[in-house]
Design a binder for this molecule. Structure first.
Ligand code: G3I
Length: 338
């Protein structure tokens, strides 16, 4: 895939995947990951809570064994690593809920420094803050211990600490459901909020370099969950580009199981997912600000969607028996510009 993306192109585009460390024991998984992608992301193991182990006396200590396994494997294969993610309330240790303001402030900055320093020279970019916007898409920030105790400037401060720790790292703001702009009936509200937040961070001199649009799509989505049109994705990327920011698609997968309810068979569902992959990527690739795409895994046997949505779906590029799917061919076509 990475060769498809960069054939005849003047700028280098990344094509990456999320990785789970235990799956690297599977020779097929390891070989496909090595062949098709030029950068990888730890799907779970670079986050705050998963990095903490308990000592016998109950105190916490950083344990990078799992994330290092992915980083070392990637580097041996000549691949780059994007760090995901330094600050996300969902995967922070539970005690941040009770921690007083000063303790939380110190702890989150220490966490950023410890994690980035451990990875210095090995991780080229970081999702510094993940999903800071409220899911209600009103534009307000998510109600988290970070916001409640540190105020909205916690985002500025985390980016500043990250930049101070590794001045060479590309620093990214990563968000979900903000992929399309200019959509009717409020469907672009979150994208507009992400744009406003990014613009304001830059205006305050915050070292923000790139925005990540997650792109966990559902081909059966309706209303607020409808897949944004390719035109709206292009328009959104273009306006971030006008701010001087890069934009990547950071966690792409496309579910389609819901289309069974409207009578679509497997082949039609696969075709619908393939069309979403193709059309979104083709639109993104035409934008000068676009830096690349990371898929949230590549084999249907290993997707977070099954556990999270409690249903079997086919959101990735190879099926559970490693047969290439229409989605793979569609991604190839989009990356080649065909
Ligand atoms: O490995 C542990 C195991 O030791 C434990 O016994 C078991 C019991 O819960 O859980 C296992 O950990 C799970 C982990 O994935 C590894 O499989 C966690 O419970 C589970 O919460 C975790 O889910 C990940 C989630 O982020 C939280 O880190 C998903 O794999 C991952 O796909 C998901 O990714 C997020 C992005 O980071 C941000 N955007 C949305 C995206 C999907 O939710």
């Amino acid at each position: 895939l990475v060769a498809d993306a960069n054939r005849g192109r003047r700028r280098q585009l990344h094509v990456g995947t999320a990785i789970m460390p235990h799956l690297l024991d599977d020779l097929k998984y390891e070989a496909v990951a090595n062949e098709h992608f030029d950068h990888v992301v730890c799907e779970h193991h670079h986050k705050w809570e998963p990095l903490l182990a308990k000592r016998a006396d109950g105190t916490e200590v950083y344990d990078f064994t799992q994330s290092d396994r992915i980083v070392d494997w990637a580097r041996r294969g000549g691949n780059k690593v994007k760090g995901h993610t330094l600050v996300w309330h969902v995967t922070s240790p539970k005690w941040i809920e009770e921690a007083p303001q000063a303790r939380l402030r110190e702890a989150v900055f220490e966490h950023i420094k410890t994690t980035m320093n451990h990875c210095l020279g090995k991780v080229y970019a970081w999702d510094v803050v993940n999903e800071p916007l409220h899911p209600d898409a009103t534009g307000r920030l998510a109600d988290t211990p970070f916001l409640r105790k540190l105020g909205p400037a916690y985002i500025d401060d985390c980016f500043r600490v990250a930049h101070h720790t590794d001045p060479n790292a590309v620093l990214i703001l990563n968000e979900n459901k903000g992929e399309g702009a200019g959509l009717p009936r409020g469907r672009s509200a979150k994208a507009d909020a992400l744009f406003a937040l990014s613009r304001d961070l830059l205006a305050r001199g915050v070292p923000l370099h790139e925005v990540g649009l997650q792109a966990h799509f559902d081909a059966a989505g309706t209303g607020q969950r409808r897949v944004p049109t390719p035109h709206s994705v292009a328009r959104n990327i273009a306006r971030f580009g006008d701010l001087g920011l890069g934009v990547n698609i950071s966690e792409m997968d496309v579910r389609a199981a819901g289309l069974e309810q409207v009578g679509l068979g497997l082949a039609q569902r696969d075709a619908a997912a393939a069309a979403v992959f193709h059309d979104t990527l083709a639109a993104a690739l035409a934008q000068p600000a676009f830096t690349g795409v990371t898929f949230w895994g590549f084999c249907d046997a290993h997707s977070w969607c099954h556990d999270f949505y409690k249903c079997v779906d086919r959101p990735l590029l190879w099926d559970a028996a490693w047969r290439p799917k229409p989605a793979l061919a569609a991604v190839r076509r989009a990356l080649r510009g065909a």
